[in-house]
Design a protein around this ligand. Structure first.
Ligand code: LLP
Length: 417
């Protein structure tokens, strides 16, 4: 049984009705299932069993401390992109020795903090960054373990905003120039070359682009080896997609075993950085219908969740399923609705053209909202960011309080008289 399922016409998360969660914590509210998170992570672990590997959960997908803590307890490593994410991992009980630091604008402060925490590896995105890491490490009297993120120029076949492995993207070092950058890295103080990495995009639904990238990266690995630059790991990034609607992404086991095959007998540890495939389907956004607004052209269901809570539909025209929490509404006629929030933008919608039998006051769940949901939320329209709740069996834990207006305004001041 999946973590989110209907029981007696009522949507449950694990052993709890979502209506009870809404009652207790209000809406809008992100609800995560501990079991789903664990199962999704363990699916990767199982696929890797018996091989030298590390699964570095991409913190950006959902960085709530409780989420990180659940994964840390399972032995996860973490892929971070800022000093803030490093701090989260440490405070959630994650092991810095299993942290890799991605991202293309690492500041001196962030590099210093990561060196002091003795992280596993810096994934370097440019020569300028390499020089900065070398300088900071040298100054601290430390050695920075590094990997170069190469841009293999493959088309991930995904939305242009979340495609990262094409040569016109800002990410990584052109694979054709990487050899000379490795040669340069070898000569720099404070630098120890340990790996190579790539990440070609997100929400990939076939294995082919991954393998395309891996093949190109392995060619370079072999050339490096001939030149005396021996790596200890290859990191193939994240990017495995999930089913939002009718996509049929491969199971992690299929992806992992295909990549392992490609590595052959090279003595390389394998790192992956999955985010979405661990967190997305472990969460929903729970929202309540405020009003129904039929017009001549459209029916609108105005709900209390909005683009500031879940930006994906507005930003990428992403489709996420929207389902009623209670389905025993035989008394109500179904209509086709645009499910929209109260934010003053026409682009503020959670879903368009959805057939729903609902009345004002009903609860809806926007599915697959566990990844790139809360983390992309904002205070636009001075809306308090939503509460986050994690369900564990029949227990329900508030893992981030709903913001208050006092909290929001506490950092602001008016000019002096
Ligand atoms: N590693 C790196 C270097 C990344 O840039 C990303 C995601 C990941 C790993 C994790 O990728 P995943 O397994 O989650 O696909 N906000 C967008 C997604 C942006 C992804 C950014 N990078 C969305 O909501 O679809």
């Amino acid at each position: 049984m999946t973590a989110f399922h209907y029981q007696d016409h009522s949507l449950f998360v694990e052993e709890l009705p979502l209506s009870q969660v809404a009652e207790q914590f209000g809406t809008p509210c992100f609800v995560y299932s501990r079991r789903a998170l664990q199962d999704n992570f363990l699916a990767y672990e199982k696929a890797f069993s018996g091989s030298d590997h590390l699964i570095c959960y991409a913190v950006k997908a959902n960085s709530n401390l409780a989420v990180l803590n659940v994964l840390a307890k399972l032995g996860a490593g973490f892929d971070i992109v800022s000093g803030g994410e490093l701090e989260r991992v440490i405070r959630a009980g994650g092991d810095p020795a299993k942290v890799i630091f991605s991202g293309l604008g690492k500041t001196e402060d962030e590099i210093r903090a990561a060196l002091n925490a003795n992280i596993l590896c810096f994934n370097v995105e440019s020569e300028a960054e390499l020089l900065r890491i070398s300088a900071v490490a040298d100054w601290l009297g430390k050695t920075a373990p590094i990997s170069l993120r190469v841009n293999p120029d493959v088309d991930a076949g995904t939305h242009p905003y979340i495609s990262t492995g094409l040569k016109e993207n800002k990410f990584g070092i052109d694979i054709n120039r990487a050899l000379s950058v490795y040669e340069q890295a070898k000569t720099l103080p404070g630098i120890s070359i340990v790996g190579i990495d790539c990440h070609i995009g997100s929400q990939l639904t076939t294995v082919a682009p991954f393998l395309d990238a891996v093949d190109r990266v392995l060619q370079l690995v072999d050339t490096l080896s001939e030149r005396g630059i021996k790596l200890t790991h290859i990191d193939v990034g994240g990017g495995l997609g999930v089913t939002y609607r009718d996509e049929t992404p491969p199971d992690p086991s299929v992806l992992v075993s295909a990549v392992r095959d490609r590595l052959g007998d090279r003595a390389l540890g394998l790192i992956m950085e999955p985010g979405r495939s661990i967190a997305a389907n472990a969460g929903v956004l729970l929202t309540r219908v405020e009003f129904l607004k039929p017009t001549e052209h459209k029916n609108f269901a105005i709900v209390d969740g909005a683009m500031n809570d879940l930006l994906r539909p507005s930003l990428y025209s992403a489709w996420q399923d929207i389902v009623p929490v209670e389905t025993n509404r035989d008394d109500i006629q179904s209509y086709c609705y645009d499910v929209v929030g109260p934010v003053c933008e026409s682009g503020d919608f959670l879903g368009k053209d959805r057939d729903l039998a609902i009345a004002a006051g009903d609860l809806l769940a926007v599915k697959s909202a566990g990844a790139y949901g809360f983390v992309m939320s904002s205070n636009y329209n001075t809306r308090n960011r939503a509460a986050e709740v994690m369900v564990d069996g029949a227990q329900c834990h508030l893992v981030r309080q709903r913001e208050t207006i006092d909290y929001q305004l506490s950092l602001e001041t008016v000019l002096p008289e």
